[in-house]
Every structure is written in structure tokens, then in C-alpha cells.
Design a protein around this ligand. Structure first.
Ligand SMILES: [Zn+2]
Length: 264
């Protein structure tokens, strides 16, 4: 198998002690390429640093809605500067999160709109986060989507209506280990067969979202890219197709979406 993890928070400090070993285990497990998620000034810089020194890694640069209140001229300049670099393959993660509501909604909208504008200027795809904010998120995205080369709704956890809206807008759908949770992940598992095969991509969102069906579970409960095959197998089960077929399609989608070097 040759997989791409399109959402790996490898800049997270939980990987500080053994990051090289984590990347090596990913390769051993068939995860050849990883897109390191940037979510604030520090993780953007760390993601760029990682991606510039490892050909298997590329990165995104953005501001997560949880931190939207820290949007500033300086951060905008950082993301704009990074957007021009080769290793940056998307703007984000950005979007709206009304589930946690950690930043005021007005600040979330402002940071989201500004990042969509940067992506448009640099003709980069966007890596999007949406939780419990479907209507406002869609309204903002609709205004910008036609100027963007591509968009992925990462860690999709929505319902059928949300899925259909995103597909109609031309979005790709990022699927995580959320679907491996037989309780809260069941509704998304049941929708997986309705995602067109050319729109589906796979991600761990590590260190978060350790697949619940992973056996044995690591003592640390930390998720890592080496567990992406578990997500791929669960998605293949939901779609009644072989994991090999699904992996090939998802990898082709990710390679094209992020313009990754073939076989990288
Ligand atoms: Zn997210």
C-alpha cells in the first residue's frame, strides 16, 4: 500500500521526543507522504521547517478557528510569506468551530475569510475545519470557492446534507479515524459509500483521534501516521471495496490535490 496522510499534526509537541521514529514507522506501514498541518504561528513555522528537510513531508500554513482571536497583520504576513514556498501545499487549517467556540464567532469568520483570500492570491488549495457551523461556514466558503483551485473539508463529521453541500461546491472530503468509532462515528461511516471516489482523501489528524478499533492500542493513546492503514481499511469496509483499490484512489486524489511529487 502507498498512502498519503493529508492531515498530520507532526509539529505537535507530543512528537518532539521521537518524530524521526514516527516518520520511519509511517513509511514501514506504507504511508509514503504526509502533509503536516499548520494551525498557528508556531506550528506553521515548525511545519515548514519539517517539510523543508524531509522530502516525504509537505505542509500547510494557517490559523485554526480555535485560535482565530490571535489573527493579526503579523500572522497574515507569515502565512502569505509561507504560501509562496514550495513546501506549502495548502492554506489552513482554517474554518469555523462552534462546537468548542474557543474564539468569538466574529473573529473566526474574519480569520477564515482572510485565509481564503490568501489562498486565492497564491492559487493554493484550502484545508478546512468545520464543526457545528455548517450554515455560516458554507456561506463564507461559497463566496470564495470559485477563486480557489481546490478545497478539502478535513475530518468530515457532518450529516448527509452537509456532505451533499460540500460535494456540490466541489470540495474534497477528508476522512479520519472518527469513522473507526462504532458509536459516534457510525453516521459518517454510513455516508462513506456516497462520497465519489475521486473526492475522498485519508488522514489521521494525529496526535488526535486514535482509531478506536486499533489493536493493540498504544499506552500513550497518541495517534500517528503509521495507523492510517486502519482508517483506510475501515473506509474500505464502509464502501464495500478492497483496501488496495481505495488506497490507490485516495493517494491519486491527494497527489493531484496537493500537487505532490509522484512517488514522494
Ligand atoms: Zn480540524
Amino acid at each position: 500500500m502507498n498512502l498519503v496522510d493529508i492531515g498530520a499534526n507532526l509539529a505537535h509537541d507530543s512528537f518532539d521526543a521521537d518524530r524521526d521514529a514516527v516518520i520511519e514507522r509511517a513509511h514501514q506501514a506504507g504511508v509514503q507522504a504526509m502533509v503536516v498541518t499548520g494551525s498557528d504561528a508556531d506550528s506553521n513555522a515548525a511545519a515548514v521547517e519539517l517539510a523543508e528537510h524531509n522530502p516525504a513531508l509537505s505542509a500547510t500554513a494557517g490559523l485554526h478557528p480555535h485560535q482565530a482571536e490571535s489573527w493579526s497583520v503579523r500572522l497574515s504576513a507569515q502565512i502569505t510569506d509561507f504560501a509562496a514556498r514550495r513546501c506549502i501545499v495548502a492554506v489552513g487549517e482554517t474554518g469555523l468551530d462552534y462546537f468548542r467556540d474557543l474564539s468569538p464567532r466574529r473573529a473566526q469568520a474574519k480569520a477564515f475569510e482572510a485565509q481564503l483570500a490568501i489562498a486565492s492570491t497564491y492559487q493554493l488549495p484550502v484545508f478546512l475545519h468545520q464543526r457545528e457551523a455548517h450554515a455560516d461556514f458554507t456561506a463564507i466558503l461559497k463566496n470564495a470557492i470559485h477563486e480557489l483551485p481546490a478545497a478539502v473539508v478535513h475530518c468530515f463529521t457532518g450529516d448527509r446534507e452537509a456532505l451533499e453541500t460540500y460535494l456540490a461546491l466541489g470540495c474534497h472530503i477528508g476522512v479520519t479515524g472518527w469513522i473507526c468509532d462504532e458509536r459516534r462515528g457510525r453516521p459518517v461511516f454510513d455516508l462513506l459509500a456516497d462520497i465519489p471516489s475521486d473526492r475522498l482523501m485519508l488522514e489521521t489528524d494525529c496526535p488526535y483521534l486514535l482509531p478506536r478499533n486499533l489493536k493493540p492500542k498504544p499506552d500513550s493513546r497518541r495517534n500517528e501516521p503509521a495507523y492510517l492503514p486502519v482508517v483506510a481499511q475501515t473506509a474500505a469496509n464502509a464502501r464495500h471495496q478492497s483496501v488496495e483499490e481505495l488506497a490507490e484512489q485516495a493517494t491519486a486524489n491527494a497527489t493531484a490535490f496537493f500537487a505532490l511529487a509522484e512517488g514522494g
